[in-house]
Design a binder for this molecule. Sequence first.
Ligand code: NDP
Ligand code: MG
Length: 381
Amino acid sequence: MKKISLLGATGSIGRQTIDILLANPNDFQLVAFSSGKNIEKTREIITQLSPEIVSVQDEGDALQLSKEFPNVHFTFGTKGLVEVATHPQSTVLVNAVLGSVGLESTLAAIRMSKTIAIANKETLVTAGHLVMAEAKKYGSAILPVDSEHSALYQSMNGENPKSIERLILTASGGSFRDKTRAELEGVTVKDALNHPNWSMGAKITIDSATMMNKGLEVIEAHVLFDMPYDKIDVLLHRESIIHSLVEYHDTSVIAQLGTPDMRVPIQYALTYPDRLPLVGGQRLNLAQIGKLHFQEVDFDRFRALKLAYDAGRTGGTMLTAMNAANEAAVALFLQEKITFLQIEECIERVMDAHDNILLPDLQTILHVDSETRKTVQNMVK
Ligand code: NDP
Ligand code: MG
């Protein structure tokens, strides 16, 4: 029986994690979780899985819930995320919170040598060097939940990392993959939220439409697998059946395939190195699919991807600035305060003006993150 702490339980990845825990009650026990503002869903999860600690975003909600569930310990805010992540009994932290707010709690869990199943890619982008150094120091395993990185991880099982030639991340292209840059003028939030292959949270769906999601994933792959950027490629693959590929020195290419279902990589991170049957999983029928398509990416068309490679190669606080600018700009787009193309513009302006600091410590990262968010807010004013 694995005891689990879960950050972001009410989100898209969080809910699918809960589904896996409910389907396998003899394998997993949820001891602590966090949510944000969705209190209705929070109540439902408490009733289903009886955790000991629950953290919400606001103090008022924590007080209200304490009255309703006197046997549960409620907490809130960033310190609440840390409390959930460091529950003394959990051995695995599933981090499915959205954005760089997940950083401090991840580091705290690593310092307790917990296994980290990480969906929260912004944490790896903004502070990858700190996370991986602490993980090494405390012997904490970092297991990817992102489907591409899970595919890469699975395609490296038993292989010598030295024989890897390159990593190839597949990209569906998101909701606007068939539009030219000119056609992106005037697209709406509703259009952008309509992803062809995956049903995900709003922020990552917009990131998929700008391709910043793939950019964050290139950085995530660099951090997790210690590969130089020149050896990480992106390949457009509209069907999202091949989740990513690893090419070896001898020209062999190993990939992981499957119908698009995030429960597969979530469950794999929870059961690694074993596998469990996936309740309600849909088997891949390649004969029925018939054809798979591949295409080179155009960095002029997907400018955000180019920006992410640039930030990755620069390193340091440039990564934090780029990530925070993107988080702030996407939030503004979702509130209909800026246009779709202005997301890239905000990121580019922040990066052009950024004074880079290499190998930043945690305080520096948190400072750059909050200052960048203010800068983006001011651009709109
Ligand atoms: P969602 O927006 O669906 O969920 C985010 C979760 O985080 C919710 O539980 C939300 O709470 C909580 N949350 C948001 N902001 C805060 C905050 N400031 N403080 C505390 N809690 C907060 O996101 P996704 O599940 O789509 O994505 C989560 C992470 O996983 C992201 O990093 C994303 O890039 C990554 N990921 C997601 C995939 C997907 O299929 N969705 C695929 C691969 C990676 P509430 O809703 O209660 O307000
Ligand atoms: Mg992904």
